[in-house]
Design a protein around this ligand. Structure first.
Ligand code: PLP
Length: 389
């Protein structure tokens, strides 16, 4: 499909090409010096003591769940309105995900009240997802965690560069998990990062990333080690130098690209407010600084969402849904859930509009005008469908 305006687009240029070619020329492809540089630059950017680059955010989440010692019988509270990987990571350990509701139509993040209602003697941890990059209420969530002695894992897949009270997300919880998948704010194709200030977790995460081995191929290449012991049941969740090189160049562009994403988001708000006031735009006046990863809007209740998306497609504009909530998936039917009325409502009405740094202001106005037209059309189509029934 040749979209006039795609949902997202990467910001790659000659810097990325050069960085990758330099790695190829160096003839060292597996985790080494470039990865170490990427990790240390990322740690400095977030303000965290330890950052470990990994295969993807799903691996980061899995290792985070292992590092805090989750296992069968444990419960972890997380939102149902997230990508399935957030909950899958809990299940890999044998623990049970417990789905909390989101806060409101204006705040699609996990509700602290909903978290508190779901705490049982088996609860071990909370996973926060900063939807679209807008920070969860971390001060309150950290207080709840402290009161009940729970760990907090942040799924920061949307939130690279987001801040709350001047502190970057990824610094608030015990462990932060980032994604560099190709539609995220910075990308390495596939890739991720796990961050922590806790020495014990850092050491455990380092072992889990590479087969539980006490030394790396890189250490032996450098003459730092001759052999190794295996002290954990670890995995191969390593990144490679090609991706790490991409990550370094992408990290350089991140702050500026996030500023552009926020400016476009602001423009969307004013254009839609004027041209399509029936559309609800969540996260109005949200605290903190958002990485503005995606542009979610809510259609009025009763709108035929698929028809809306098809009409947008007919005008060359790609849209998407974030997310079909996890508790509706077939693979999750055996998991006990409590009522999630706000999640069920917003998940049915949510549509994600295009957002990427290279979008022009004129694209935002074109999309807002198209929505204005499509809303009028879909009202008409719905009423004529009713008439034929
Ligand atoms: C993208 C995403 C993930 C998974 O990231 P991968 O790097 O693709 O494994 C997890 N959680 C959320 C909220 C995401 O958006």
């Amino acid at each position: 499909m040749n979209w006039r305006i795609p949902l997202s687009d990467i910001d790659f240029g000659f810097e990325e090409t050069t960085a990758v070619l330099d790695v190829l020329d160096s003839r060292w492809l597996t985790m080494g010096g470039v990865t170490q540089a990427f990790e240390s630059e990322f740690a400095t950017y977030i303000g965290v003591n330890h950052a470990l680059a990994v295969t993807n955010c799903t691996a980061a989440l899995h290792m985070a769940c292992m590092a805090i010692g989750l296992g069968p019988g444990d419960e972890v509270i997380l939102p149902a309105l997230t990508f399935v990987a957030t909950a899958n990571a809990v299940r890999y350990t044998g623990a049970t995900p417990i789905f909390a509701d989101v806060t409101s139509e204006n705040n699609l993040n996990i509700s602290p009240e909903s978290i508190e209602r779901l705490i049982t003697p088996r609860t071990r941890a909370i996973i926060t997802v900063h939807y679209a990059g807008y920070p969860c209420d971390m001060p309150r969530i950290m207080n709840i965690a402290k009161k009940h002695q729970l760990y907090v894992i942040e799924d920061d897949a949307h939130a690279v560069g987001s801040e709350l009270e001047g502190i970057k997300l990824g610094m608030w919880g015990d462990i932060g998990c980032f994604s560099f998948f190709s539609n995220k704010n910075m990308t390495t194709g596939e890739g991720g990062m796990v961050t922590t200030n806790n020495e014990v977790f850092a050491e455990k995460l380092r072992l889990l990333r590479s087969h539980g081995m006490t030394s790396l191929t890189w250490d032996r290449h450098k003459g730092h080690a001759w052999s190794y012991d295996v002290v954990e049941l670890g995995y191969n969740y390593r990144i490679d130098e090609i991706r790490a090189a991409l990550g370094r160049t992408q990290l350089h562009k991140l702050a500026e690209n996030n500023i552009r994403r926020r400016a476009l988001t602001k423009l969307y708000r004013s254009a839609l407010y004027e041209l399509a006031p029936e559309i609800t735009i969540p996260f109005e006046n949200h605290p903190g600084v958002s990485a503005a990863h995606i542009m979610p809007v809510l259609l009025p209740a009763g709108t035929d969402r698929i028809l809306f998306m098809e009409n947008m497609k007919a005008c060359g504009i790609q849209t998407s849904i974030h997310y079909p909530p996890i508790h509706h998936f077939s693979a999750y039917q055996k998991i006990k859930i409590s009522a999630l009325p706000i999640t069920d409502d917003v998940a049915e009405r949510e549509v994600t509009l295009p957002l990427y740094p290279a979008m022009r202001d004129a694209d935002v106005f074109l999309i807002a005008q198209t929505i204005q037209g499509v809303m009028a059309l879909s009202l008409h189509q719905q009423s004529s469908q009713m008439a034929t029934i």
